[in-house]
Design a protein around this ligand. Structure first.
Ligand SMILES: [Zn+2]
Length: 185
């Protein structure tokens, strides 16, 4: 965790959060807006317990590095100097775990692992919209495509859901009514 110091008065004082949401230097009173905080790639800013503005590593980045270090530990035997590789991996694991915990401690959000329901839903619906926008289909085909989107979203959370259960969850019509839309079944 690195405090962000005020460049206006010698770089010794770190900015502190103020009640109005701006950050101020306790030495010279210089103000810093959150939009003007300049960060490198994997850095994010946060506010420590005592109100100090500081830079920490993005917990998503720390987690990726941590997972990689664990793999290095597990494959240390393949290295010419296995003992050295193991120690080096353990050092990295401690460091990245520390970075992760530090960012979480000051309230930086947990990274999302894998796809969220929200992301899958957006992708499914955008996929349907792409096809419906590019190919001139009739209403029955549109209904069928939307049915697939809804069925996939139901199965995402309930892998054993039946057609009837999907219909009850996603539609105001009954399963039999939906079947009758096409007259094929
Ligand atoms: Zn200052």
């Amino acid at each position: 965790m690195t405090p962000i110091s005020c460049p206006q008065c010698g770089g010794l004082s770190a900015y502190r959060i103020r009640p109005d949401g701006l950050f101020g230097c306790p030495e010279c009173g210089d103000l810093l807006d959150r939009r003007d905080i300049d960060l490198d790639g994997s850095d994010v800013w946060g506010v420590d317990d005592d109100g100090t503005l500081c830079i920490v590593t993005d917990p998503g980045h720390s987690l990726e590095c941590l997972m990689q270090a664990v793999e290095e530990y597990l494959t240390a035997d393949e290295c010419p100097n296995a003992e050295y590789a193991r120690r080096s991996a353990i050092r990295s694991i401690r460091e990245f775990l520390g970075d992760y915990a530090e960012a979480r401690r000051i309230g930086i959000q947990k990274p999302e692992i894998g796809y969220t329901r929200e992301k899958v839903s957006v992708a499914m619906n955008e996929g349907a919209d792409m096809i419906l926008g590019e190919i001139s289909l009739g209403e029955p085909e549109e209904d069928a495509i939307n049915l697939v989107v809804n069925a996939a979203m139901t199965r995402l959370e309930n892998p054993c859901a039946t057609f009837e259960e999907m219909a009850a969850e996603q539609y105001s019509e009954s399963a039999d009514e939906i079947r009758s839309w096409w007259g094929w079944s």
